[in-house]
Ligand binder design. Sequence first.
Ligand SMILES: Nc1nc2c(c(=O)[nH]1)N[C@H]1C(S)=C(S)[C@@H](COP(=O)(O)O)O[C@H]1N2
Ligand SMILES: [Mo]
Length: 407
Amino acid sequence: MEKLDRRTTLKLMGMGATLLAAGPRVFAQQTPTADQLVKGKNPKLLVLSQRPVVLETPYEILASEPERTSKENLYVRNNVDLPGYTTVEGASLEGWKIEVGGLVDKPFTLEAKELLALPQSEVTMVLQCSGNGRSLYTPRTSGNPWQRGGVGNVTFRGVRLKTLLESKGVKLTEKALFITAHASRQGGATQFVRSVPIQALENALLALSMNGEPLPAVHGGPVRLVFPGFFGVNNVKWVEKIEFTEAENTTAEQMPRYRVPVIPNTHLPFLPQQPGARYPYNFTNSRPNWLVNVNSFIFAPLEGQTVEGPYVRVEGVAFNDGIVPLVSVEVSANGGRTWQRAELATQEKTFGWVRWRATLLLRSGEHEVMARAWDAAGRSQPLDGNLAWNERGYEYNGVMRVRFTVA
Ligand SMILES: Nc1nc2c(c(=O)[nH]1)N[C@H]1C(S)=C(S)[C@@H](COP(=O)(O)O)O[C@H]1N2
Ligand SMILES: [Mo]
């Protein structure tokens, strides 16, 4: 450290005296609540980071909206804040432009408000940070310590990217293997870029609204490129440029961040890593957090509650990447020795979460109940979520357990 000159030293001492005189109030003021960081958010959201803004939905609040997550309660994850876009109100489309280019026959620039004149589509989908559940990994990994509240189920409406390309008569060239989306850098924001495989074009949507209202500015309004079935990170907010590319982008959000280890040339979902070990991420020994893995949550009873018995209604939600339907959710009250099938709200494939419920016969006393989902591709959740430990703590989908008391 450099030596301080006399004047600086005196100034610093003065500041210290002011802080001391102001007392603990100064320190109390230093942690803003969620609604102070993002206008219109529920003040009860947990502030994981102020800059960039990261807000987690407390579990009881998530569970209180089993159909759809409201804009007030939906988690926020910014890697890069867009100055001024810190409200749940919509943002103006006026003057917003989107460039579409790369490996297409005719690149073009679109006035975003032109989207209003094209046919609109709607999709209800799970928006989930790939770091959701991260704090359940041991040892602790790097990244925001999400519990299970980095997720929500929302309805986006807007124009399919396919529809837009067709309306402009634009065709992809054969080498277009990835869709690479760039966020606006207005106001001096640093770049945020993500690539997804070209197959994601099938359901890609330029979203203009969420839950029937203008897309909240903090959630990417006026326009966000969403990919149903893909983890949160791929759903680029404030989209400004869409490129069709031959390779994945090489910015930090694509490599080394937002990836999990894989064994090259296998179809294993992940490479079991020795918990605590480091990994030399590159494009062949790892894959991006793309498709959402099978997961389920128990919304009732909640941890620590006392409920009436002996028949106890257990309920929650389950989801996967929407490519195949979920086939069952099973519930166990004896540590996984036996499982009972829950009833699913739908047998159809969907990008949204699916509600489930079961009635268990339980005697008075303390219980621990677990739930796990299965889909039509035979995919499920590990009893020990730590099997997928990876140093950045992504894609946790270990079976959830709740402890409660039957009166
Ligand atoms: N432009 C932009 N898009 C972004 C991000 C970002 O920082 N900037 N964060 C991503 C991540 S990591 C997640 S989990 C989701 C969170 O979406 P939400 O804030 O609307 O809940 O947005 C994704 N899209
Ligand atoms: Mo995320």
